[in-house]
Structures are given as structure tokens and as C-alpha cells.
Write a protein that binds this ligand. Structure first.
Ligand SMILES: [Zn+2]
Ligand SMILES: [Zn+2]
Length: 64
């Protein structure tokens, strides 16, 4: 089962934590200037990364 999908071309990515193998959860980070960045985080607190990009846009997380 994939966790991220591109809404433009249908490309899918499995994003899992390297430490515990859990599927990464979608989250949003708010910068100092008020803009938001879509990120992926480990549900068990191992860290977070920028969401994968495809076709110049953030891929959407199918897990919500
Ligand atoms: Zn794409
Ligand atoms: Zn983890």
C-alpha cells in the first residue's frame, strides 16, 4: 500500500520511517512568514521530512 500519490500523473510513493517502518503521516508546518509547508512525519516521533514532490507539486497523502 502506498502512502503518497501525485494528483497529476498518478505516481505513487511509499514513505515509511527508516527507524520503525511505520507509514509516515501527513502534517503541515507553518513558517515564520505565515506560509505553510506540507511535511511527512513518523507517527512514533522519529522525525519529519518534506513531503515528496512530483510534477512540481506536493504529492498528497492517502492516509490523510
Ligand atoms: Zn506527477
Ligand atoms: Zn519511526
Amino acid at each position: 500500500m502506498h502512502t503518497y500519490e501525485c494528483s497529476s500523473c498518478g505516481m505513487t510513493v511509499n514513505a515509511t520511517c527508516g527507524a520503525c517502518d511505520a507509514p509516515l503521516e501527513n502534517d503541515v508546518l507553518t513558517r515564520d512568514d505565515g506560509s505553510t509547508v506540507q511535511i511527512s512525519k513518523c507517527p512514533n516521533g522519529h522525525g519529519k521530512i518534506k513531503s515528496p514532490l512530483c510534477c512540481g507539486a506536493d504529492m498528497t497523502c492517502s492516509l490523510g
